[in-house]
Design a protein around this ligand. Structure first.
Ligand code: FMN
Length: 429
C-alpha cells in the first residue's frame, strides 16, 4: 500500500504550457482577502522593541521591512518573501521564561509590529502537548499557520504549494534568527494539528502547518493544555471554499515513516552582515550580466545542502543550471556535479513560464523530491529556498523564488521524474 500523501494533489496542480493558456484567471480586486490578521484591540499588546533581543528575534521572522506604493495600493514587504506578496501565513508563539515577554501564547501582529497576548499561562500550562512534549519548555515555541485563501484568491488550487513554500520561508527566517542569536532550534511537523486548530478556534479559513522549537525542557511536572483559549478572529475578511486544497490539507496532516534529522547546519558568518542580509533581503527583478564567482556559488550550494534539523526529514534533490559562474563550465548540475554541458539559460527561463529575468541569472536552481510526506517536504523546500535567498544577499547577490513552472517539462529537461517543488534564480544585481 502506498502511504505517501499529497501526490494526487501535486499531480492535479501541475502547470503545463496548455493549462496556463487554457485557464487564465482574472483577479477580482474588489474581493482580495486581507493579508494581515488583527486580534481585537482590547487584547494586551507588546510593541516589539529594538532593544530587546527576544523582540528583535520575533521581528526578524516576518516583520515589515519595506513599503511599495502604487496608485491606489500599498504593499508592505517583509523579511521573508511570499509568492505574489500575498503572505498566506501567520506566526504564533509561546514564550516561557523569556525576557521581554510574560509567560503566554502570542500572535505576532505584523501590521503593528507587536505581540498580542492571546492567553496568559498558568503554572504547568502550555502548548507542549500539541508538540507531543511532556515537560514544559523554557524559551520560544513557534507555530506557523496558513490563512490559505489569501493565496488561493490568486493562485486557486495550486495555492497549497505556495502556502507550504511560504511557511517554509518563515521557518527559514526562524532558522536565520536562531543562528544570529545562538539558539538551538528544530523544526517540528509531527504535531497534533487538529487539536491545535481547535484550540485556536480556527474555522476552515486557517490551519496550522508546522512549528519550530527554540526552547529547552525544564525538569518539572507534566504540562497541560491551557484552560483559557484564544478568541476566534477572522484572518481574511473574504473566504471561499476550495475543496482540493482542503482535502490536500486533511490528507497531509498525518505523517508516515518519518526520519529524524538531528544535525544542525554549520554556518560561519559576520554577525552584523548576516543581520543586514535578514533585514535587507528582497526579490531581484533583473540581473546584470556580471554573474558570480565560483566561491559565491559554492557558499550558496553548501548552505543549501546542509542538514535541516527536523522530526521529519525528506530528501531534496538540488539541480543548478549554471549560466554565468566564473571558472565553471555552463550546464546542468545535479547535487553539485555536471550532468549536461551547454547553454540552457533560455530554456530554464521558458520552463519558468517565460520569465525573462531567469535567463539573466548566474544560476537557476530547481528543487525536486520523491519524499512521502508532502507537508514536510514542501516546507523543507521553502527553508532551503530561504537559505539561498539569504546567502545570496549576504554575498551581495540577488535572488528570486519562482513558484510557477511547467512541471512535466522541467522533469523532462532534468531527466528526473521526481516532483518539482520550487525554482530560484540567483545572480548579480
Ligand atoms: C514561493 C514563491 C514563489 C515566487 N514566485 C515568483 C515568480 O514566479 N516570479 C517572480 O517574479 N517572483 C516570485 N516570487 C517573489 C515574490 O514576488 C516576492 O517575494 C514578493 O513580491 C515580495 O517581495 P520581496 O521578496 O522583495 O520582499 C516568489 C516568492 C515565493 C516565496
Amino acid at each position: 500500500m502506498n502511504s505517501c500523501s499529497g501526490l494526487d494533489y501535486h499531480e492535479a496542480t501541475k502547470h503545463s504550457w496548455i493549462s496556463v493558456r487554457q485557464n487564465p484567471h482574472r483577479l477580482d480586486w474588489e474581493s482580495q482577502p486581507a493579508s494581515m490578521k488583527f486580534y481585537p484591540a482590547s487584547l494586551p499588546r507588546i510593541p516589539l522593541s529594538k532593544a530587546s533581543p527576544a523582540h528583535r528575534f520575533i521581528y526578524h521572522i516576518g516583520g515589515i521591512t519595506a513599503k511599495k506604493s502604487y496608485p491606489g495600493v500599498e504593499y508592505y514587504l517583509r523579511t521573508h518573501p511570499s509568492a505574489g506578496a500575498l503572505y498566506p501565513t501567520e506566526l504564533y508563539f509561546q514564550a516561557r521564561g523569556v525576557e521581554g515577554f510574560s509567560d503566554g501564547i502570542y500572535h505576532f501582529e505584523v501590521g503593528s509590529t507587536s505581540a498580542v497576548l492571546l492567553v496568559s499561562l498558568e503554572e504547568y500550562e502550555g502548548l507542549e502537548p500539541f508538540l507531543k512534549l511532556r515537560r514544559p519548555m523554557r524559551g520560544l515555541l513557534f507555530f506557523v499557520s496558513s490563512p490559505w485563501y489569501r493565496s488561493a484568491w490568486k493562485y486557486r488550487e495550486r495555492a497549497y504549494r505556495y502556502c507550504l513554500l511560504d511557511a517554509g520561508h518563515l521557518l527559514g527566517a526562524v532558522e536565520a534568527g536562531s543562528h544570529l542569536y545562538g539558539h538551538a532550534y528544530r523544526i517540528a511537523y509531527d504535531i497534533d494539528l487538529a487539536g491545535l486548530d481547535r484550540f485556536f478556534g480556527f474555522g476552515d479559513e486557517e490551519f496550522f502547518l508546522s512549528a519550530a522549537i527554540a526552547a529547552v525542557p525544564l525538569s518539572s511536572a507534566d504540562v497541560k493544555i491551557p484552560r483559557n483559549k484564544p478568541v476566534q478572529t477572522d484572518p481574511t475578511g473574504v473566504f471561499a471554499h476550495v475543496p482540493l486544497i482542503e482535502k490536500a490539507y486533511r490528507e497531509t496532516m498525518a505523517l508516515a515513516g518519518c526520519k529524524k534529522e538531528p544535525r544542525f547546519p554549520s554556518l560561519s558568518f559576520h554577525k552584523e552582515a548576516w543581520e543586514d542580509a535578514i533585514l535587507k533581503r528582497r526579490s531581484a527583478r533583473e540581473f546584470t550580466t556580471v554573474g558570480m564567482t565560483k566561491m559565491q556559488y559554492e557558499a550558496i550550494l553548501d548552505f543549501a545542502r546542509q542538514p535541516v534539523p527536523s522530526d521529519c526529514d525528506e530528501p531534496l534533490r538540488l539541480y543548478a543550471v549554471l549560466n554565468r559562474v566564473a571558472d565553471m563550465p555552463i550546464g546542468i548540475y545535479s547535487d553539485g556535479k555536471l550532468v549536461a554541458a551547454g547553454d540552457f539559460a533560455k530554456k530554464a527561463a521558458y520552463l519558468c513560464l517565460e520569465q525573462g529575468f531567469v535567463a539573466q541569472s548566474a544560476v537557476t536552481f530547481f528543487l525536486l523530491s520523491n519524499g512521502c510526506n508532502y507537508r514536510a517536504l514542501y516546507q523543507k523546500a521553502g527553508i532551503v529556498g530561504h537559505r539561498i535567498y539569504l546567502m545570496a544577499r549576504y554575498l551581495g547577490l540577488g535572488c528570486s523564488g519562482v513558484g510557477a513552472y511547467y512541471d512535466d517539462e522541467v522533469r523532462e529537461f532534468l531527466k528526473d521524474d521526481k516532483m518539482v517543488l520550487y525554482a530560484l534564480a540567483v545572480g548579480s544585481i
